[in-house]
Design a binder for this molecule. Sequence first.
Ligand SMILES: Nc1ncnc2c1ncn2[C@@H]1O[C@H](COP(=O)(O)OP(=O)(O)O)[C@@H](O)[C@H]1O
Ligand SMILES: [Mg+2]
Length: 342
Amino acid sequence: MIEFKDVSKTFHLGKREVQAVKNVSLTISQGEIFGVIGFSGAGKSTLLRLVNMLERPTSGTVWMHGVNISTLSAKELRAKRRNIGMIFQNFNLFNARTVAGNIAYPLKLAGYSKQKIAERVNELLQFVGLEDKAKDYPDQLSGGQKQRVGIARALATSPDVLICDEATSALDPDTTSDILRLLKKVNRELGITMLLITHEMHVIQSICDKVAVMEDGEVIEFGNVFETFTNPQHPTTKRFISSVQQDLPSQEVLREWQDKSNNSKLYRVIFTGEITNNPVLSQVTKRHDVDFNIIYGSVQELQAQLFGNLLVSFTGESANVNQVLTELKTLVQIEEVNIHES
Ligand SMILES: Nc1ncnc2c1ncn2[C@@H]1O[C@H](COP(=O)(O)OP(=O)(O)O)[C@@H](O)[C@H]1O
Ligand SMILES: [Mg+2]
């Protein structure tokens, strides 16, 4: 549905070249919520702007519904853009227009009749839960309400793609959750494909089906959210995941634990899927007369599956502990944690 084929975008600032996007190939399928995460300057906004053709690729092609959008005429492009809604971090509302006026704006541009516009605006106000705010001005609204107006406006012309540039980054955590729920509703009830970019991993965790991680203009890792969270490959991906998982206690706590435990080894045990239903740690250690101690960790729900990430130490005869480790390796992901490097 949206396809980037070996897309690069280079900006020229005087003599300096900035390669904002480098050789990106990605496919965003119909109906999915695709998240792109990266630190500031990674090239995320540029990637989005290539989709609605606010930027043109320096090389490579961007496809939408099988059409190479770089080849469209200005007129075709305007029609195509009506099919793509966009929402922004700073909402981009017209302050001199009412809420209803903001939502009506794209409908006026598209030449809808007054009657049709009024009907559609009401429908949208209801969908985003702002029926009572039609006559208010943006200044009178909270950040969350402003973003609801932004979403209603983006949906006005019934696009089949919604692109979101840091749509929740200016909002507090509770309001962020409300807006993410609304975006999920947009996706699930209206079947709208979503491409969203963020620097916040919890946004990816809450609503995305797929994720791509960008760094210095490149996609360094991508996949299904569950697989990426449970088995990240790139150090940057691991950093983003640590930001929502708290998978390691502070150095102080770790050192204190190490002193008290006579420098015992510490292992990270990761369980996913079916195995979370079985008491594997208890069964395997019991069989070999070894004790285990969970130092830190969590079991979370991610895309309707359980995912455990625990720091565990084992005590017993070293031959027995080795047998436990060998056996656990066949059942779960397990690796020694190097406390000094962590
Ligand atoms: N219009 C532009 N002209 C020159 N450089 C730009 C332009 N837009 C973005 N860049 C540069 O491209 C890089 C990626 O920017 P951007 O896509 O905004 O990243 P992100 O959204 O991940 O923060 C940055 O180094 C930025 O300064
Ligand atoms: Mg950006």
